[in-house]
Structure formats: C-alpha cells, structure tokens
Design a protein around this ligand. Structure first.
Ligand code: SAM
Length: 294
C-alpha cells in the first residue's frame, strides 16, 4: 500500500518569482533607456542590486495575504523584490512622473499584483489606499522620511509592519536606548507604539548615486495596545515637554505642562532631578497615566 506523506513544510515557496520578472532588463539598463538621471530634490539614491532589495524584503517578514505600500519605487529595484514576495499585492506611490514609463514592464510582468499611484506620499494615507492587512516597505527619500513616519505612527495599529530605510542617524534615533545622545522624542514615541529593530546597515556605496551618509533599515512591528494605555496626544505632549529642554531636570522641564511636577514624578518612581534622557519608555507611560488617567 502506498501512503501519501503530506509535505512537512508549507508548500508555497517563500518567494514566488513570476516567470516574466526574469526577463526584465537589469535596472541599470532601465535607467539608461529612460534617461533617469537622479534628482537630488527627490532624494533619489537607487538600489540596483537585487540581492540587497530581496534581503530587505526578507527582513520585512512574511507578507502572505498582506498588501504592501511602497513609497518611491524609482526604477523598481525594491519593487521587483516585493512583487516576488508572497504579498497579496503591491501599491507603489511615486512623486516623480518620469518613473511611470520605466515601471511599465514590471507592472505588466506582475500580472495584476502591482499598481502605481502617482502622488506625493505626504498627501496619501496608505490606510485609505489599500485594504488591511497592510504594510509599508520603503527606501525612503531622506527629505521626507521622518514626517512620513510620524504620520504613519498616528495610525500604527492599522499596519502589520513598517520596514523603512533611513539615513543611519535617523535609524539610530528610532531604536536609541535611554542615556544615549540619540534617545529622544522619536525613540520614545516609536518604541511605545511598536517593537523597533534595526535589521540591516547599508553603506553609502550600496546606492546609485551614493548619498553622503550611510543608511539603515528599521522594522517597526506595532504593539497590541491595551485600552487603558494613555492616549497618543498625552504621550506626545509629555515627551515634547520633557525633551524640549533635555538638559534640564524634569521638575523644571515639565513646569510648563504640569503645575507641580514633583509629586507626580515621585508617585511613579521617577526622581524629579532626573533628565528626560534617563527615563525609559515605561517611565514615560507611567507618568502619562498618572497625569491623565483614562
Ligand atoms: N525604491 C527605489 C530604490 O530603492 O532604488 C528608490 C528609492 S529613492 C531613495 C526615493 C524615491 O522616492 C525616489 O524614487 C523619489 O522620486 C521618490 N520620492 C521622493 N519624494 C517623494 C514623495 N514625497 N512621495 C512619493 N515619492 C517620493
């Protein structure tokens, strides 16, 4: 009697290369053919090595059933890796209209799984653009990377993950620990709302043209927030006041916000003489809850 043994692993391959993607020309040829000289004003530094872009997508996690929004596909290096992934679909938001022609072959090869939206990402909310479950993956244009992240944080519970390439200094500020120079508002807000991990460093020479600084990829995975967590606005106001004067002791820097900060600080186990950079994310959460209990 023959027995059919079920496969031990998920039979769907981790990446599903579309047969047509293999026939696409190298990215350098796409750039040359469409005369796509990089524009500094749009933060254009391209990744042309598909091994690198595939690695970024692998670091982003399993996208089975997830629709991915990519900001700034440019000539499409990262976009190709996303189309190869298990993602349900990819929606690429590009401000520079020159890339539409360059991406046409990839869109055709993707067989309905890639859509290009010509828009300024600062004016488009991915939540309105694609259905849940959704994620963002992007080699962000440096000039708008931080404002985009801050906008996405406001609705972070709407995402499976955000996997974002920043200049190294910004990535360091996202994952910074207390008592370090990089620890500040961005670290506290990001780490309060998400598990933040630096998953990959990339030297400037990995990009064409190379930027002046190195880059790093950070993956943010939203935390399940309980209903009694302090509201976003409360945390934001507290952290802004505390780090607004980061050299000052909290009893002084919080004066503008709280009439008498000392008893509140003491009630949550924070020394009034401590400085903002010495307080961990948990400390800020305790303080916010004591200040404005929900
Ligand atoms: N994803 C490509 C890669 O990795 O090679 C290009 C990344 S490049 C760093 C940033 C891209 O974002 C460029 O294609 C640029 O035109 C685009 N971009 C810049 N500002 C934008 C904005 N406000 N909205 C949407 N796309 C933007």
């Amino acid at each position: 009697m023959t027995m059919t043994i079920p496969p031990a692993v998920d039979p769907v391959p981790a990446e599903r290369p579309h047969p047509d993607l293999a026939s696409l020309p190298p990215l350098r040829d796409v750039i040359a053919r469409h005369d796509l000289a990089a524009k500094k004003a749009f933060g254009q530094h391209f990744l042309l090595d598909l091994n690198v872009t595939r690695r970024i997508v692998r670091e982003a996690g399993d996208f089975t059933g997830v629709t991915v929004v990519e900001v700034g596909p440019g000539p499409g290096g990262l976009t190709r890796a996303l189309v190869e992934s298990r993602a349900q679909g990819v929606v690429a938001v590009e401000r520079d209209p020159r890339f539409a022609a360059a991406l046409a072959d990839l869109i055709a090869a993707a067989g309905g799984r890639l859509r290009l939206v010509q828009a300024d990402a600062l004016e488009v909310d991915p939540v309105d653009l694609v259905p849940a479950p959704r994620a963002v993956v992007s080699n962000l244009p440096y000039n708008v990377g931080t404002p985009l992240l801050i906008g996405w944080l406001k609705r972070i519970d709407q995402y499976v993950s955000l996997t974002l390439m920043f200049q190294k200094e910004v990535a360091d500020r996202i994952v910074a620990r207390p008592r370090s120079g990089a620890y500040g508002r961005l670290a506290v807000m990001c780490q309060w709302l998400a598990d933040c991990r630096a998953v990959m460093d990339l030297p400037a020479r990995a990009f064409t043209p190379p930027p002046k600084v190195d880059s790093a990829v950070v993956r943010l995975t939203p935390r399940m927030r309980s209903a009694d967590d302090p509201a976003f606005a409360t945390m934001e106001a507290l952290v802004a006041a505390a780090f607004g004067q980061r050299r000052k002791m909290l009893r002084a820097s919080l004066k503008g916000l709280l009439h008498t900060p000392e008893p509140l600080l003491e009630s949550v186990g924070i020394a009034p003489t401590a400085r903002a950079e010495e307080v961990d994310v948990d400390g800020f959460v305790r303080l916010a809850k004591a200040w404005r209990p929900l």
